[in-house]
Design a protein around this ligand. Structure first.
Ligand SMILES: [Mg+2]
Length: 232
């Protein structure tokens, strides 16, 4: 039975999500980036987000911005940059559902931002808030960051965390998806274009996942259970 109450209608559906760190993942981390002209996009960034959109993941950005606490720039400057980034990505058909930032730092010089915040990574506050605002399926959701603190925050929120060391972000994320593709995501894999499928195989994160995809191809993607069991 369909519930037509206004509250129910406004609740977004539960989906998988990918949480991306900003500096070092979307843009090159040149230190306290806060103006559009300082942004050097990571290769494959828009394409990665586009791919995740196509696979119906929600995409979020979670970023520590201690530059606010340090007095280098204010919150409105951060928000302005995020509006600009959102628009730039959207113009390339890459949709980020929400940017979250933490302006705090325990050694900040601006009193109201000088604190140990549960929203500053490695603490998981930003991720937990987002998952409350946007119902999220934990299974299959993950975070990509370039610092150990990103991975710690992901794990504290119950998510898998993947450390990005630079290069092409789309290829990196394809590798993660390939590694996760037991048959849980075979449906998604089937829906990808032939070009992307080939790249999955070529850029798969592990020999195991490449082999797995090869087997699935032989079997017409018919494998559903027990292919990729066990902890990784
Ligand atoms: Mg970073």
């Amino acid at each position: 039975m369909v519930n037509h109450s206004p509250f129910f209608a406004e609740m977004p559906e539960s989906r998988r999500a990918v949480f991306l760190d900003r500096d070092g993942v979307l843009n090159v981390d040149t230190g306290y980036v806060h103006r559009p002209e300082q942004v050097r996009w990571i290769e494959g960034c828009a394409e990665a987000i586009q791919l995740l959109n196509k696979l119906e993941y929600r995409v979020f950005v979670v970023t520590n911005q201690s530059g606010v606490a340090r007095g280098y720039y204010d919150e409105e400057t951060v928000r302005r940059l995020h509006r600009w980034m959102t628009a730039k990505l959207r113009s390339q058909k890459a949709e980020v559902s929400e940017f979250r930032y933490s302006p705090y730092h325990p050694n900040g010089v601006i009193p109201r931002y000088r604190l140990e915040s549960p929203c500053r990574k490695p603490r998981p506050g930003m991720l937990l808030d987002l998952m409350e605002r946007w119902p999220t399926m934990i299974e299959g959701s993950f975070m990509v960051g370039d610092q150990a603190t990103d991975i710690i925050a992901a794990e504290a929120a119950g998510l898998a965390g993947y450390l990005f060391g630079g290069g092409n972000l789309e290829h990196f994320i394809e590798g993660i998806l390939a590694a996760q593709t037991g048959a849980k995501h075979a449906q998604d894999y089937r829906s990808l274009s032939e070009t992307v499928r080939m790249r999955y195989v070529l850029n798969g994160a592990s020999a195991k996942s490449v082999r797995l995809l090869g087997e699935q191809q032989h079997q017409g993607f018919g494998v559903v259970d027990g292919v990729d069991g066990g902890p990784r």
